[in-house]
Structure formats: C-alpha cells, structure tokens
Design a binder for this molecule. Sequence first.
Ligand SMILES: C[S@@+](CC[C@H](N)C(=O)[O-])C[C@H]1O[C@@H](n2cnc3c(N)ncnc32)[C@H](O)[C@@H]1O
Length: 226
Amino acid sequence: MRLLDVRNSSKKKCYNCVNFYKYKVVCRFMGFKVKDHYFKKAKKENYLARSIYKLDEIDSKYKILRKGDQVVDLGYHPGSWVQYTSKKVGDSGKVVGIDIKPINNKLTSLNNVSLFEKSIFDVNVLEDLGVDQIFDVVISDMAPNTTGIRSVDQDRSLNLVEEVFRILPDFLKPGGNFVIKVFDSHQAQTFLKQNKNLFNEFHHLKPKSTRSVSKEFFAIGKGYKA
Ligand SMILES: C[S@@+](CC[C@H](N)C(=O)[O-])C[C@H]1O[C@@H](n2cnc3c(N)ncnc32)[C@H](O)[C@@H]1O
C-alpha cells in the first residue's frame, strides 16, 4: 500500500508495524493517520505492532489463552501477538509463530517461542512446526498483500481462512480455542456459517482498535469439536 508523503514516498509502505514511520503520513487508499492513538500506545508500551490491542480485547472478552497452553500464531510478524501470548502462557507454555517474512530477531530472546519462516500453504503436519503435541489454541492474524481492489483482497483473505480451517483437524485439540482474522464479504460470512458448528461457541468481533475504515473482523471459536 502506498502513502501520501511527498518528501520520501519511495521509502514508505503502509503497514501496522510501529517502527516503520519517521514522518506524519496519511495512507492514500485508506485515508487514515498511520500514527494513531493505538500506534503510539504500542510504541510506548514496547509492543511491536498496534495489533496487540485486538488480541488483548478478544482474550479479555472470550478467555482464549491460559497459562501452560501450547499456541500457534499464524502470520505472527512483526510479533505483538507473540509478545502478548508468550507472557500469557508463561514458561510452562509454548508459542510457535509462522510467517512468510524473515524471522524477527527481536523475538528470539523469548524462551518459550519458536519462529518459522513459512507459508501456511506449506504447513501440513505438526512436525512442520517442530512440535509433536497438538495445539491448545490456534490464532491467525494473517492478512494477504492488499491491492486496494476490495473483491481481490476479500478473495485472498478467504483463501487464507479456508487454508487455516483445512489444517485445524490436525493442529487444534478437541476443546481448543481459535481466533482468526477475516476480511468481511458475503462469501466469508457463508463460509463461517458453514463451519461455526465445529465449535461449542462461535463469535464475531470487531475490536475497538480496528481502524474504522477497515472491513476486517475476527471470528472466535471456543471448544473445538474436532
Ligand atoms: C497484520 S500482520 C500480523 C501482525 C501480528 N499479529 C502482530 O501482532 O505483529 C499479517 C501477517 O500475515 C502474514 N501472512 C500473509 N500471508 C501469509 C501466509 N500465506 N503464510 C503465513 N503468513 C502470512 C504477513 O506476512 C503479515 O506479516
């Protein structure tokens, strides 16, 4: 995504990472201020992205994560969800993160975290993630590279969502919890309706920190029936 910054536009990208910007900039396509309240809060609290406040709200409301859990974070980069989850599950728990981006070395000092540079489309069995035990929780904040063309972005997001549901039987234990980001569309709503019965409880939430122009929301499943 490009930004409206006449001084140095070639160096700027529109992305939620809190370390990315030097100037006050406004995204040309989305029309939001990049350095908003949550961006500044994340920076101040040493979180790697403003996305932290989405997971915080989801977890506070639906009690997704517990001490000792083994969690897989799909599309973890830059890593604010990993920071949050690592603290929440503690030393007796484990967090495995995958992303197509190179491993973020800022997270490698966290003892209970393992990271992989890998696409969700290359994950088939637990051994691909260096574990032999099925996960207590699957979380996904994966987002495709956006084009600004709504239907294309919705299709790409749904493709990621479908892939996560495909691997669930092998990766999420019975009774486990689940969080996934979805770009809203008629097809996505239909897909979620068809799959909500896989869980004892199924919810939709648009966290307060989601930008008002964004069409994303999160689907939350509790008690996977497998
Ligand atoms: C919004 S960011 C995640 C932010 C993260 N939750 C955090 O707190 O820092 C979405 C991520 O999904 C990743 N992603 C997109 N397609 C992917 C794929 N096929 N497999 C794995 N990760 C993917 C992107 O590279 C990007 O880093």
